[in-house]
Design a protein around this ligand. Structure first.
Ligand SMILES: Cc1cc2nc3c(=O)[nH]c(=O)nc-3n(C[C@H](O)[C@H](O)[C@H](O)COP(=O)(O)O)c2cc1C
Length: 196
């Protein structure tokens, strides 16, 4: 099962991207594979002009298509998710998240906009036909700290929510892989042989 870590912050360094990478590393410890896609690294003009033929955007869309699960991280900007994330999501096909599990993450300056993911991003993910959008994780800047020596440290409440989100995604992925292992290819009726 493939996991895509999709970073939607235009900044670097980025708190939301650090939280995203933390989630990716924890998923890797549970045996999952992931690839990273940072929207800020995509060609800006092609992104803003919705240039569907741009080679880098094609590769990025293919990364989404290949994923079984997408962990999406964004900062809260003006009470919503970031504009560059929306610019990228707008380039996906209408059913671009079909069959995929999605775990949304956000960091924001205060608790005031903690519902931005649920009111803003979640409807977009559903419109893109996500199979299941897991409970989102929102952390304020005060709840996550980073230092070169210690890396990322999370306060207790957010650490618990992150652990729950990771376990939830991991078990959902295992369930999904069992379903796909147990699914038989359909056989056309003309190929069915009866011995009666
Ligand atoms: C342009 C801009 C707008 C912001 N708007 C909000 C906001 O409306 N609500 C909020 O809680 N934080 C807001 N913030 C704070 C960021 O969401 C917060 O610092 C976040 O952790 C940044 O994530 P990043 O480092 O991944 O970009 C804003 C920051 C910037 C730069």
């Amino acid at each position: 099962m493939n996991i895509l870590l999709l970073a939607g912050s235009p900044s670097t360094p980025s708190r939301s991207t650090r939280l995203l990478h933390h989630v990716g590393e924890r998923l890797a410890l549970l045996g999952h594979r992931y690839v990273k896609l940072h929207v800020r690294d995509l060609p800006a003009q092609a992104l803003l002009h919705a240039d569907f033929n741009d080679a880098a955007l094609k590769v990025a869309r293919e990364q989404v298509a290949q994923a079984d699960a997408v962990v999406i991280a964004t900062p809260v900007y003006k009470a919503a998710y970031s504009g560059i994330l929306k610019a990228f999501l707008d380039l996906l096909p209408q059913d671009g998240l079909n069959g995929k599990l999605v775990l949304p993450l956000a960091t924001g300056g205060s608790q005031s906009h903690m519902l931005a993911l649920d009111y803003g991003l979640r409807p977009v993910l559903s419109a893109l036909d996500a199979k299941h959008v897991l409970p989102s994780i929102y952390a304020t800047d005060q709840q996550i700290n980073w230092s070169a020596e210690q890396g990322l440290t999370l306060d207790f409440a957010i650490a618990k929510r992150v652990s729950d989100g990771i376990e939830n995604l991991s078990s959902s992925l295992h369930a999904l892989s069992e379903v796909s292992l147990n699914t038989f290819d359909s056989i056309p009726f003309s190929s069915v042989r009866c011995s009666v």
